[in-house]
Design a protein around this ligand. Structure first.
Ligand SMILES: [Zn+2]
Length: 847
């Protein structure tokens, strides 16, 4: 026993000597012996294991403790409470002067300030790793790169430390990383198994790519739906790095990709051409040089979308820096067989290490050039903004204070200047009221982000999109907005104020709450949870309230005091508390006899059932869509939703729930008896909310009878086409993600809380369904001319015109509410969330 322990120690010691200097990653390089290498610190050679996130942070803490040149800061926490950290490394002189360096960089990015002497400014480089948790090589590369930058005795490293402030974010997505690392480590064999079929290489649903709510964080730099990106973008605006990287992995049989991306085809129209045509080629030479040295294969310029502003490698391009995406072949696991032999984890790590070094060397050689570019970027932004036909954009929804507040905060988070609108203004038949609308001038340093928020792009050089081709955020937030040449702006908004409504004191016959506000559903949920009986008024009316006569629209919430379990004072106290918390205005009335419209005891008033919601998840289900729903319910309503694995679905007694959400996915694993149970439950009054192809499945099972749109003269594909055009030709038929105009039936419960017939919606499916045979049950329909922004083929656009956006199928006592667009897309379509929430709270009134 003792001998074994001794020999183990001996082996470990020898092993440590062998890997202490990280010979594989940095052959022949000398390091400062006072700084432990990652392998020394971890006790295993980098590449032998998927390093747990807490150990990566511990290693960075160690560097911070040991060296005055390294400083670790926590900038926030993930949903699962892992710290989000940034390690900063620079020379002693620069570390002692860090705040000045930061302020000078901000000054450089601000054209209203004098330009500082860029020759004296260090390059600011931000190496970001691991936004996709199951692309794990990059976080290991982050540790090695930090070690090299801090401890290497090479001339290059010394030069870099003197002339660069390096920021390292080891993992943009710590929650996803640990989910995947646990999988890879716990399924590792001894010896490791290279067969792609091995369990180690095939993660269980939903995999580690995404964050806690199954969101792709490499889409979230624009929407900022998650804390990981919110703190990141906030940090970004404190530094305006000259160069920002984003390291990924792709298929095992691939090689390595670095920018430039495909010219024009997938580039962002707001980014200056100089970025693509000058900056990218300058840097590419360095990547090629480093990859040539290790004999690695690589490619550039083909595919890889670089247009969507929410990518970690595109957002910096819209902020005066250079964003760089790298993709290495993946070992996905510790070793996996490929067409070029076994790909090891260490091999993939080394690819990212050498490109980290190449990035820094390129940034160093182009230090002054990149500073000048940063300045020029913001100067030309102001100038171009000044020339824009739209001198400003005016926006605001007079019916929804919470959504206004969310949107203003969102613009401020992206450092866009927003002003109060100081006078009522009418532009293209829309009136924007003073005090309830805001003005964003185009003549500002963030002009290119202003375009991102308010402009629709319709012209594209290419027709194949890796992702969304439209991202007009004002539309996503459901904001009425318009270019407004003459709008006058009042004082600048620096922060979003909290709502402040006075609660009506004294006795009440009933309380009323308008349903238009974004947080009205949250208020309803919390009232029901507190045991308050709430009803919905299904017709418009007006009542005498504490504020005089007030008009209310369909869907208004009514709390009748004669039907409550809580005592009147208790109820008022609770209501006051919830109203303050959720920013809701409460009206008190002293009589059920209304001034106009129906009275409060009408047959068109009904009790609202508390929703009990079940959603199947797991193998076969679209995790992104399911995650959007889970996130909406958790983060915006605080309402529990039971996520049942498909494997357990057969064991569920559906009668314990009244609402079933079916995200897109494959439901064929359900047995006939399970389908019969589902049919029986719907027939007895259940509400199904189904999205896109889940609706097709219900149709196939005979539960619904909706019909697909077919064009009379649909153009036929040519009989024969060149082989190498296949991807482009077939890709052009897809609806990758774009924005359309739908028309609402404002009298239908799906539209409760909406005041305008026209609503922009987001769509990323090519399922086109005819309106219902029942003329009352297609309350959301695409208009005759629906295309607002993004790419769509002509044939698809024809099919989309006047087709159904939302359609309700009556099934016995129950119903299916079908959504063919994406009401909860990327956690950012606040404008259409209400449609979805109406289906949850008012589903039983929809047919
Ligand atoms: Zn990736």
């Amino acid at each position: 026993m003792q001998k074994t322990v001794l020999s183990l120690i001996f082996t470990l010691f020898l092993g440590q000597l062998a890997f202490a200097q990280e010979e594989y990653y940095f052959p022949g390089e000398k390091f400062d012996p006072a700084i432990p290498s990652p392998s020394q610190f971890l006790g295993y050679p980098v590449g032998d294991w998927h390093t747990r996130y807490d150990l990566i942070v511990k290693y960075f803490e160690k560097l911070d403790q040991l060296s005055p040149l390294a400083q670790l800061q926590t900038i926030g926490y993930t949903h699962e409470h892992r710290p989000k950290v940034i390690l900063t490394i620079a020379s002693a002189a620069n570390m002692g002067n860090l705040e000045q360096i930061r302020l000078r960089q901000i000054q450089l990015a601000d054209p209203s300030q004098p330009k500082p002497d860029v020759n004296a400014m260090p390059s600011i480089v931000h190496l970001g790793y691991g936004v996709h948790g199951n692309e794990p090589s990059s976080a290991e590369a982050a540790m090695l790169t930090a070690y090299w930058f801090l401890a290497s005795q090479s001339d290059l490293a010394k030069n870099l430390r003197e002339n660069m402030v390096l920021h390292i974010d080891p993992t943009l997505n710590p929650d996803g990383r640990d989910r995947h690392s646990l999988w890879a480590n716990s399924n590792k064999g001894f010896p490791p198994v290279a067969s792609p079929l091995d369990r180690e290489h095939n993660e269980a649903w939903p995999g580690g790519r995404t964050n806690h709510y199954w969101f792709d964080l490499n889409r979230d730099w624009l929407p900022l739906a998650h804390p990981e990106s919110r703190v990141k973008v906030d940090w970004y605006h404190q530094w305006y790095p000259n160069v920002t990287t984003d390291f990924h992995e792709m298929g095992t049989n691939s090689t390595f990709f670095f920018e430039p991306t495909k010219p024009f085809g997938s580039e962002n129209p707001a980014v200056p051409r100089k970025n693509y045509e000058d900056l990218n080629p300058r840097f590419a030479k360095y990547f090629a040089k480093y990859m040539d040295q290790i004999g690695a294969l690589y490619w550039t310029k083909e595919v890889f979308d670089n247009s969507y502003p929410g990518y970690g490698s595109t957002y910096p391009d819209i902020h005066g820096g250079l964003g760089l995406v790298f993709e290495t072949a993946s070992s996905r696991g510790h070793v996996q067989n490929s067409q070029r032999g076994d790909i090891t984890f260490a091999f993939t790590i080394r690819n990212h290490v050498v490109n980290s070094l190449a990035t820094m060397e390129a940034a160093l050689d182009n230090r002054v050039y990149m500073h000048d570019y940063l300045r020029e970027f913001f100067e030309t932004a102001v100038a171009e903004g000044g020339k824009d036909a739209a001198k400003s954009y005016v926006f605001g929804d007079e019916f929804d204070e919470s959504r206004n507040r969310l949107f203003v905060k969102f613009l401020l988070d992206h450092k866009i200047k927003v002003y109060e609108n100081s006078a009522d203004v009418t532009v293209s038949n829309q009136t924007f009221k003073k005090g309830k609308s805001w003005v964003v001038p185009t003549n500002q340093p963030q002009y290119r982000m202003v375009r991102t928020m308010f402009e629709y792009e319709k012209k594209f050089a290419d027709s194949v999109f890796y992702d969304a081709s439209a991202w007009t955020m004002a539309a996503a937030y459901g904001m009425p907005f318009s270019a407004a040449t003459g709008a006058k702006s009042g004082s600048e908004i620096k922060a979003v104020s909290s709502p402040n409504f006075t609660f009506p004191e004294g006795k009440a016959y009933a309380y009323l709450i308008d349903w238009s506000d974004f947080y009205a559903p949250k208020m309803l949920f919390e009232m029901q949870k507190a045991g308050i009986h709430v009803e919905s008024v299904h017709r418009p009316f007006s009542s005498q309230t504490q504020d005089g006569v007030v008009s209310f629209s369909s869907g208004t919430l009514m709390i009748p005091m004669g039907f409550q379990k809580l005592k009147a004072e208790e109820l008022a106290t609770k209501l006051k508390e919830l109203a303050a918390k959720n920013g809701q205005k409460i009206y008190a009335v002293q009589t059920g006899l209304n001034v106009t419209g129906i009275d409060l005891g009408s047959n068109s008033v009904s009790a609202i059932q508390a929703p009990k919601v079940l959603m199947p998840v797991g193998t076969g289900i679209n995790s992104l869509e399911a995650g959007e729903i889970w996130n909406l319910m958790d983060q915006h309503l605080g309402m529990p939703i039971t996520k049942v694995n498909m494997e357990q679905f057969g064991r569920v007694n559906l009668h314990e729930y009244n609402t079933l959400i079916l995200p897109s996915g494959n439901y064929n694993s359900l047995s006939e008896s399970q389908v019969n149970h589902l049919k029986d439950w719907i027939n007895r009054g259940g509400t199904v909310i189904s999205l896109k192809n889940a609706s097709l499945w219900l149709n196939q099972k005979g539960i619904t009878k909706e019909v697909a749109v077919e064009l009379k003269d649909e153009p036929k594909d040519p009989d024969s086409l060149p082989f190498n055009t296949r991807n482009d030709f077939e890709g052009a038929k897809e609806v990758g993600g774009s924005i359309y105009l739908a028309e609402l039936d404002l009298t239908h419960p799906i539209a409760y809380g909406y005041h305008r017939k026209n609503l922009p919606v987001y769509r990323n499916t090519d399922i086109f369904i005819k309106p219902s045979a029942d003329k009352y049950l297609t309350p959301v329909k695409y208009t005759a001319n629906p295309h607002l922004g993004g790419y769509i083929s002509k044939t698809n656009l024809e099919k989309l015109k006047l087709s159904a956006g939302v359609i309700i199928s009556s099934v016995g006592q129950g119903r299916v509410v079908h959504f063919f667009d994406s009401p909860n897309f990327r956690g950012t379509w606040f404008g259409t969330n209400k449609l979805f929430l109406n289906a949850i709270f008012h589903g039983d009134n929809m047919d």
